[in-house]
Structure formats: structure tokens, C-alpha cells
Design a protein around this ligand. Structure first.
Ligand code: GDP
Length: 460
């Protein structure tokens, strides 16, 4: 494969910036522009050594650098890899990069290093996808899940399931080829039991997707309530900083603000919305519309009500909007004289599909904050994940293939039930086998591989 180069670190002034080169000519090209202090060529140096020296453009010194040498196959891509640690200036990095291009490297495509690691057989597709998830993980739990995927946990699981399926495909084929010596007596009961077993594991993975997705992307959380109930203040309480504008004039949170926040390993993507309230003010109206659409999009609604005032018809309007959503009701301003109690507010939820839990909070002194965080974790993850061993699928491509595999296995069960000929069983077993193969990248088209890696960041 040709030799590719990329600036792997962010292009902003920083201590160091790294350029990576991979391919057959990586070392030869690096030797053209690197002068080691010990005068030794990289070509003649041992693998996994670090070299101090200068990048030169003819006689001109471009930068003082450290060069890391990783010879094939012991490298990220399994090809010869050279990493140059430059100073982190934008101009410096661009200059060194351009020199590499002038000397025969090609600028890499996004994700091309990881794609090579995959194509050269060092990692499977789930591990490759986990690289990107790890880089973009926003919370501790997402990071942990990506790391276990990266270490091949998903790969192992899928590989084992495929092996089990393959055993039965082979058995059917052998019996069909040689019916005199291979009997399939009692085979169908055995197969059915196995299929149930495999299907259970696959369905478990499919089920994990909702939690996995939320773990990866965060819980989209809409904060709603009447003007002045304390929505912005609650947002600030959660964020622990003054991010939203808080004022005493009603309806000043006119637009939506978005902020992500890690609560004990889980990400909340918070959307602050204007109060849900009838209004003639055009700007305010747009805000209300957004609040309504925010509720539709939200995984969780935090409904803020003011405990120091009496509830009114607007609270009922909000309650009807959030009915059926996962929501938590925050009876805020608990530090003030109480005019509305939990019981009173609860009465408004009579007849609702889901009655939300009501918590007293004070955005002013932080009361209820920890309780709120615990409740959210309980709501989304209780009993579903232990955060230890279980694999959570957070990738839609993988989930879709799991669904295809599961559907194919269902067809196998139906064929057994209807006493269909064995080759029917084998066809559907094959398609389950193929769908699982696609997950780990063993039966995957070039187009799909290109698409997956094009979503990666540059230099990875
Ligand atoms: P929003 O319109 O719902 O976003 O409400 P704000 O967050 O702007 O709050 C409206 C007013 O209520 C501000 O003067 C806040 O300081 C005040 N406020 C908000 N939460 C509390 C609270 O828990 N206790 C007290 N005493 N005042 C609060």
C-alpha cells in the first residue's frame, strides 16, 4: 500500500504536535527530511526506538524533533510507521507535513490508519469503530464501554456465536452430502435448543442498544416549566456554573441553550427552554414552540414548578405535554415559604399515563441535586447494566446486523416447527452467520468499509 501521512494532533498552538506516516516508504521518506543527532539513518535503526534530531528542508532547519520508529508488523497499522513529535505550532506542523508530501507521502483520508489496521488484520471492525467512540466519548461509562469493545470483547462474543452456527451448518451439509453415513435423527431438537440459546444472547445485545446509545450520546434532557419557576437556575445548579442567563424578568430565557454535563459517568445534554406559557410576544412564541419540540425530542423531561406559588392552568398544560415521557418533576424554591406541596402537585397528574417522581429542590442552595442525579441513573440504567462486564451495543450498524441475524434464526425455528427440509435450515443459518460476520468485518463490502472509516477523524 502507498505511504500516507497525517497531522494527528489538533491544529492549535501547543507544546507538541504529532505527524504520523505509514506505509512501505515511511522510513525511506522520513530519512530524506530527518537528520538524527547521532547521524544514523532510521533505516539502519532498530524498531521501537526514539531518535532526537532535526527536520531539514535542504540546509534549513525546520524544527527540532523526536522521531519514533515502529517497523512492520509491530505498529498501529501493521506497516512501517514513523511518528514525528514536532513543536505544536500550526506553521511548523504544516511545513513538516508539506515536506513529507513533497518527498512522496500522500495525505491520508480520515480514519485511514485505523482502516489499514483493519485491512491488515490487526483489529476487527467492532474494535475499529470503538477507536472512534473512545476518542469521542463524553462520559466515563462511554469510555469504559469503548475500551472493552476496543479490546475485542464484542469480537470474541460474535466470533463464538458464529462458530456455533457454523458447526450446525456443516453438520447439515455433511448429512445432505452423505445421507448414508450421517444421520440427522434427533438433530432438530438439539438445533432448536442451540438456536434459543444463541438468540437469547443476540437479543440481549439488541436490547442493550437503547442504554448503549444513551451512554454514547448522552440523555437529551429538556428543562421545562412556567417562566420564573427557576429553569435557568436549575440548569446552573446542574452545571455548577453560570452558563444560562438568569434574570428576574419573566420570559427572558428566550432561546434554547444546550450544554452537556457528566453526572457520575453519564452525560446529560441539557436543553433549557423558554417557559411554556401563552404569549403574544413573537420571540417568546418561537421559544415555546421550541420547548414543545424539545419535549418531543427529549429522552428525559425535567419539569420545574415553583413551590412558593400556587399551581395554575399553565401547569396543567405542561403536564399534558409531558405525559407519557420519562420525566422528573422538580418542585423548586424549597427554601421559600411553601404554597404547593408534593401531594398537591401530584393531584395534577391524576389520569396521566406515567406519574413522575416529584422532588423538592432549591436551585439557590443546591437541595435535591444529588438526589436528582441518582434518580436519573436509576431511571435509565437500573437493572440494565452493571457497568462491569456487559457489552453494550451503541452502534446502529451493529444493532441492525444483530436484528438481521435474530430474524434469520427465528426463521430457522419456524422451519423446524413446520418440519421443513434441512436445506431450508441451512439457508437461514447461513444468513445469520453472514450478518454476524458483517458486524466484525469478516463479510463486509468495500463500500461499507469506506463509509465506516470516512466518519473517522483525520490522523486516526
Ligand atoms: P426561569 O424563567 O424558569 O428560567 O427562572 P430563573 O431561573 O430565571 O429564576 C427566576 C427567579 O427565581 C430568579 O430571581 C432566581 O434567582 C429565582 N430562583 C430560582 N430558583 C430559586 C430557588 O431555588 N430559590 C429561590 N429563593 N429563588 C430561586
Amino acid at each position: 500500500m502507498d505511504t500516507i501521512a497525517a497531522i494527528c494532533t489538533a491544529l492549535s498552538p501547543s507544546g507538541i504536535g504529532i505527524i504520523r506516516i505509514s506505509g512501505e516508504e515511511a522510513i525511506t521518506i522520513a530519512d530524506k527530511i530527518f537528520k538524527g543527532a547521532d547521524k544514523k539513518k532510521l533505516k539502519e535503526s532498530d524498531s521501537h526506538t526514539i531518535h532526537y534530531g532535526h527536520i531539514v528542508d535542504g540546509n534549513e532547519i525546520v524544527d527540532e524533533v523526536l522521531v519514533m520508529l515502529m517497523k512492520a508488523p509491530r505498529s498501529y497499522t501493521m506497516e512501517d510507521v514513523v511518528e514525528i513529535d514536532c513543536h505544536g505550532g500550526i506553521l511548523v506542523l504544516k511545513k513538516v507535513f508539506n515536506l513529507l508530501i513533497e518527498n512522496g507521502c500522500r495525505p491520508s483520508e480520515p480514519g485511514e490508519f485505523t482502516k489499514r489496521a483493519f485491512l491488515n488484520g490487526r483489529i476487527d471492525l467492532t474494535s475499529a469503530e470503538a477507536v472512534m467512540d473512545l476518542i469521542s466519548s463524553k462520559s466515563e461509562m462511554a469510555r469504559k464501554n469503548s475500551v472493552s469493545m476496543l479490546n475485542g470483547k464484542m469480537y470474541e462474543l460474535i466470533k463464538n456465536l458464529r462458530e456455533e452456527i457454523l458447526y450446525y451448518i456443516a453438520k447439515i451439509e455433511a448429512a445432505l452430502d452423505d445421507p448414508e453415513h450421517m444421520s440427522l435423527d434427533g438433530f432438530e431438537e438439539e438445533l432448536q435448543e442451540k438456536i434459543n440459546n444463541i438468540q437469547e444472547k443476540i437479543n440481549q445485545l439488541i436490547k442493550s442498544y437503547d442504554s448503549g446509545k444513551i451512554l454514547k450520546e448522552g440523555i437529551n434532557t429538556a428543562i421545562v416549566g412556567k417562566p420564573n419557576a427557576g429553569k435557568s437556575s436549575i440548569l446552573n445548579m446542574i452545571l455548577n456554573e453560570e452558563r444560562a442567563i438568569v434574570t428576574e424578568i419573566k420570559g427572558t430565557t428566550r432561546d434554547t441553550l444546550e450544554e452537556s454535563y457528566d453526572i457520575g459517568g453519564i452525560t446529560l445534554n441539557l436543553i433549557d427552554t423558554a417557559g411554556i406559557h401563552e404569549s403574544d410576544d413573537v420571540v417568546e412564541k418561537i421559544g415555546i414552540e421550541r420547548a414543545k419540540s424539545a419535549i418531543e425530542k427529549a429522552d428525559l423531561v425535567l419539569y420545574v414548578a415553583d413551590s412558593s406559588t400556587e399551581t395554575d392552568v399553565f401547569d396543567d398544560q405542561i403536564i399534558s405535554l409531558i405525559d407519557g415521557k420519562k420525566s422528573i418533576c422538580l418542585l423548586n424554591k424549597s427554601d421559600l415559604q411553601r404554597e404547593t406541596t408534593k401531594q398537591e402537585l401530584n393531584a395534577h397528574f391524576e389520569g396521566c399515563l406515567i406519574k413522575p417522581v416529584i422532588l423538592y429542590t432549591s436551585a439557590k442552595n443546591g437541595e435535591g441535586k444529588e438526589e436528582l442525579f441518582e434518580m436519573i441513573k436509576e431511571m435509565f440504567f437500573a437493572g440494565e447494566i452493571s457497568f462491569n462486564d456487559e457489552i453494550m451495543v451503541s452502534n446502529l450498524r451493529q444493532k441492525n446486523d444483530l436484528v438481521i441475524a435474530s430474524d434469520s434464526l427465528k426463521k430457522v425455528s419456524e422451519s423446524i416447527e413446520n418440519s421443513m427440509p434441512e436445506d431450508f435450515l441451512s439457508i437461514d443459518l447461513m444468513s445469520a452467520y453472514a450478518a454476524l460476520g458483517e458486524i466484525i468485518g469478516e463479510e463486509v463490502s468495500d463500500d461499507l468499509v469506506d463509509k465506516i472509516f470516512s466518519e473517522f477523524c483525520m490522523g486516526k
